[in-house]
Design a protein around this ligand. Structure first.
Ligand SMILES: Nc1ncnc2c1ncn2[C@@H]1O[C@H](COP(=O)(O)OP(=O)(O)OP(=O)(O)O)[C@@H](O)[C@H]1O
Length: 309
């Protein structure tokens, strides 16, 4: 359990993080999102105890990280974006060495992490020879060495090829079943695939904190249907407005098609009402030229919430 309570951080006169609060229970994978410079890394560094808050508190399982840093940090594993690894060491030796530092039994711990992080093929290789994906796995094994209840991952898949991305994501999903995981990322599809919840920070402030589904619905409608019709656009608009589940319709000339109109139909909830719209228009005597559908994505939400700042 992580409790971030009214946390701020100043650098000189500049406030990088401004009165941010959230709490995360065990067994949840949460995406920390925000544009460049939003304050994500600063927030994560305060949660891990690397940076003291200027105001507010961070508690890990009820332990205040400023008052009791050693005890609180014991519960946290942190994987920075570019994890510093000893390139000249063999993977197995490196993990045994880290086990020693954390007071763990390497005979037990290293084989477990080898399995959990999919390192079997590379255990006897030099770290400097590894692909970026495999280096990330070693860094993940390092972060998991003290069996942390909380795992904090900064851009875990940055710079990986699509296969490596999928591998690392599935390891994270597995790890997240029994731990609290915070993933900072620029990749919104990553949040949709591995996180159940997203926290969005913009300009140092928390602008959203909810499940991915709630976020997608938070910008009003859940999808938009674009329809190109011939005939009287305004009449077509009135007809579509009367359909159950339609939140709103706007009409305008279709770009590059002087005689046609485009209806932009906002649809509420998850109902599939495209066939109803099409049927109604055809029955109403309108010629239908095109119909396209766009489900609101996390990207739409992200832009709406962060561009206003
Ligand atoms: N040590 C520091 N001294 C002065 N300013 C800092 C320091 N660390 C961060 N900042 C500033 O605080 C703001 C937030 O930075 P932070 O690194 O937390 O953002 P971020 O959301 O992680 O961005 P990115 O996605 O680009 O990594 C930025 O304007 C940054 O320049």
């Amino acid at each position: 359990m992580i409790e971030v309570s009214h946390v701020s951080r100043n650098f000189g006169d500049f406030r990088a993080v401004n009165d941010v609060s959230f709490s995360i229970p065990t067994g949840q994978i949460v995406g920390l999102l925000g544009p460049n410079g939003a304050g994500k890394t600063t927030t994560m560094r305060m949660i891990t105890g690397f940076l003291a808050p200027s105001a507010g508190s961070v508690k890990i399982d009820g332990i205040d990280i400023t008052e009791n840093p050693v005890e609180a940090k014991r519960k946290i594993g942190y994987m920075p974006e570019s994890a510093p690894l000893y390139g000249e060491m063999i993977v197995e030796d490196y993990l045994r060495y880290i086990a020693g530092i954390y007071g763990q039994n390497p005979e037990e711990k290293v084989p477990l992490l080898c399995k959990e992080c999919g390192l079997k093929e590379v255990m006897s290789k030099n770290i400097s020879e590894l692909s970026r994906g495999n280096r990330q796995r070693v860094a993940l094994a390092h972060a998991l060495m003290n069996d942390p209840e909380i795992l904090i991952l900064d851009e875990p898949t940055s710079g990986l090829d699509p296969n490596q991305v999928e591998d690392v994501r599935s390891i994270i999903r597995e790890i997240g079943k029994t731990r609290t995981v915070i993933v900072s990322t620029h990749i919104l599809s990553e949040v949709e695939t591995i996180c159940s919840r997203a926290i969005i920070i913009s300009g140092g402030k928390l602008v959203a904190d909810s499940s991915i589904e709630e976020l997608k619905n938070s910008i009003g409608t859940s999808s938009t249907v674009y329809i190109t019709v011939g005939g009287d656009g305004n009449k077509a608009c009135e007809l579509v407005k009367s359909i159950n589940g339609v939140a709103g319709v706007t009409v305008g000339p279709k770009e590059g098609e002087a005689n046609l109109s485009e209806l932009v139909v906002s649809v509420n909830g998850d109902a599939e009402i495209r066939p109803v719209i099409i049927k109604k228009l055809v029955e109403g005597g309108f010629d239908l030229y095109e119909a396209a559908h766009n489900k609101n994505t996390l990207e739409d939400v992200f832009h709406t919430l962060t561009e206003a700042k």
